[in-house]
Design a binder for this molecule. Structure first.
Ligand code: SF4
Length: 243
């Protein structure tokens, strides 16, 4: 099969790049074909709807052409996943693996809903004793003290607390209703705003379907302008839209 971008073959051919990454890697023609038609859709500026059966390896089939396109063309690509778990896997494992094989950096940013980020305003109110707390909530705050001082991203995913503690996260989580916006005294260090600012420089942005749809609802005020979008498990997006 003649491929649009020979580098795709470099990844997928048996004994080549992906073999170094995946134990017992086997060449799957359907996977290569999918990667190739995705790259072609980028090139021809076309919409593509693709269905891949179980075992095709669709994640690498869309990530590899996406990374190659972002690197070669310097264009921003947004990838939307159904779950936060897959979002995290792409950011922390799959894309770094591909970049390691290519030996080149790329700015990849994960964007999530505001409820995932610590709100300084709420947190400082608690530390100043201006919010009454139950003993369980006080225990939760005690557990996040060191993290809150050290975290660079303020994302609750870093915490790894047990369910009985993390259920109190909402007391420090950013939320639309209580956000003081431009009047917030912590505006410059707000984790959510920092995340939004970092999206401008990103070459690949990883979102989940919920955030992708929220962005559309709020007149694209979260994501910067983008021309290229990959929606993983797109058959779930209508459910997310109506949930
Ligand atoms: S800008 Fe809003 S979310 Fe950010 S720290 Fe201030 S109140 Fe919290």
């Amino acid at each position: 099969m003649e491929l649009i971008n020979p580098l795709i073959d470099e990844f997928f051919r048996e004994g080549n790049l992906l073999s170094d990454l995946i134990d017992n890697y086997t060449y799957r023609p359907n996977q290569v074909e999918l990667a190739d038609v995705i790259y072609k859709a980028f090139l021809d500026q076309e919409f593509l709807i693709a269905e891949a059966g179980t075992g095709v390896g669709k994640t690498y089939a869309y990530l590899i052409p996406t990374v190659l396109w972002a690197l070669n063309e310097g264009e921003k690509v947004v990838i939307s996943t159904k779950t936060k778990a897959l979002q995290q896997q792409l950011v922390e494992k799959d894309i770094p693996n591909i970049l390691r094989l290519l030996g080149t950096p790329l700015k990849v940013v994960e964007a999530k809903g505001r409820e995932n980020y610590l709100c300084w305003n709420k947190y400082m109110k608690i530390l100043a004793g201006r919010r009454a707390m139950t003993p369980e909530e006080a225990k939760f705050v005690e557990q996040i003290l060191t993290w809150a001082e050290q975290t660079k991203i303020g994302d609750k995913k870093e915490l790894g607390l047990k369910a009985e503690l993390i259920k109190h996260w909402w007391i420090v989580a950013a939320d639309r209703k209580s956000c003081a916006k431009e009047n917030c005294r912590y505006h410059d260090k707000c984790f959510r705003l920092k995340m939004i600012r970092s999206l401008d420089k990103a070459e690949i942005i990883i979102v989940n379907h919920a955030l992708l749809l929220s962005d559309i609802v709020v007149d694209n005020s979260i994501l910067p302008e983008y021309k290229y979008l990959i929606i993983d498990e797109a058959h779930y997006i209508d459910r997310e839209a109506f949930s």
